[in-house]
Write a protein that binds this ligand. Structure first.
Ligand SMILES: Nc1ncnc2c1ncn2[C@@H]1O[C@H](COP(=O)(O)OP(=O)(O)O)[C@@H](O)[C@H]1O
Ligand SMILES: [Mg+2]
Length: 342
């Protein structure tokens, strides 16, 4: 039984110019203790989806279709039907989120201890002594020195330390699911590494399921069991990590893989995908990636291709040209795509 099962979820932003179709018919399942990575360029709908999963979408957002089924102890509920009280409970105690850019949104005049205390109080933990014990425990878990960190103000901590604090706060109520939106994006490479290692350790120790959102496929690959590639609000490929990394079948995933900087490569060897994502108010007819796709043919522009199984039943891609992609990439499964295409 999956912890989370998202079915045909579509989310629009209502704007004066009309609806922005930010998430379109997204479906996926997340098993107990599994890590799912959601990858895609900026603007592909990752944050809209993540925030939608915990129903914290801004005003003017409309879920136009779909279900978000959450299962605990054999009991399944649709998150879309929860009332305010249940929702509050679900948000921290079941599914906690570390928000994108939260590093910069710490309240500068509130000490870290007060952040813990506020969060705890919001969930009915009123005994300061107990909160202090829990804060010590959580900070220890993320390898921070509570004595030093708790009295500090946000500006006194490095980016990596603040990210650790945010992760500790998210773990306060022992959630079953942790959603992290670009948790390493603002950090330097070494700090990124240490956050990834930390998440691996925490997952092992605490056994939560994780949704890890990133625009960087190589970072995501380090943590994920399975991966989803999103483009223009849709899931265009879903696969286990090895299949996605070594045998991608959607040209957009291939493009993202090519954009991975190669350690051995010269500076500036990062190939970004030419062109830009479509206007989500006026999507092109057919496949939304076709205008940027090197393998597109006329048929691609006729109808939006559905997700279909490729190679194996658990590997899906929304591309009618996937066999051609497979041919171009060749059969050597041991060589990362970035090197094959170099
Ligand atoms: N409040 C909003 N109103 C209108 N459009 C929005 C709003 N927030 C995001 N969008 C648009 O929705 C699309 C998806 O954005 P987002 O979910 O933030 O993507 P990602 O997290 O993958 O970068 C983008 O085209 C973005 O411009
Ligand atoms: Mg985002």
């Amino acid at each position: 039984m999956p912890v989370l099962s998202v079915r045909d979820l579509s989310i629009d932003y209502t704007t004066r110019k009309g609806p922005v179709h930010a998430v379109r018919d997204v479906s996926f399942e997340l098993e107990q203790s599994e890590t799912l990575a959601i990858i895609g360029e900026s603007g592909s709908g990752k944050t809209t989806l993540a925030v939608g999963l915990i129903r914290l979408s801004p005003r003017g957002t409309k879920v136009t279709s779909g279900e978000i089924l959450y299962t605990k102890k054999g009991l399944t509920t649709d998150v879309r039907t929860l009332d305010d009280d249940d929702l509050r409970e679900y948000r921290w105690a079941e599914a906690a989120m570390v928000f994108q850019a939260a590093l910069n949104s710490f309240n500068p005049v509130i000490s870290i201890w007060e952040q813990f205390n506020d969060t705890a109080r919001a969930h009915g933990m009123k005994d300061s002594r107990r909160v202090r014990d829990r804060a010590d425990e959580l900070l220890d878990l993320v390898h921070l020195d509570a004595k030093r960190v708790l009295p500090a103000f946000p500006h006194e901590l490095s980016g990596g330390m603040k990210q650790r604090v945010l992760i500790a706060l998210a773990l306060m109520l022992e959630p079953q699911l942790v959603i992290l939106d670009e948790p390493t994006t603002a950090l330097d490479i070494l700090t990124q590494r240490s956050i990834i290692d930390l998440l691996k350790q925490l997952r092992e120790r605490l056994g939560f399921s994780m949704i890890f959102i990133s625009h960087d496929l190589s970072i995501a690959a380090e943590l994920a069991d399975r991966m989803i590639t999103m483009y223009a609000g849709r899931v265009v490929e879903e696969a286990n990590v090895d299949d996605m990394f070594y045998r991608p079948r959607h040209p957009y995933s291939v493009g993202l893989l090519r954009a991975v900087p190669r350690v051995s490569g010269a500076l500036g060897s990062v190939a970004s995908i030419p062109g830009s994502p479509p206007d989500l108010m006026r999507l092109p007819k057919g496949c939304s990636y076709a205008p940027r796709c090197p393998y597109a043919i006329d048929e691609c522009r006729a109808a939006d291709p559905p997700l279909i199984p490729v190679d194996t039943p658990r590997h899906q891609a929304a591309c009618i040209r996937w066999k051609h992609v497979a041919e171009v990439l060749g059969s050597n499964a041991e060589v990362p795509v970035a090197e094959k295409l170099a």
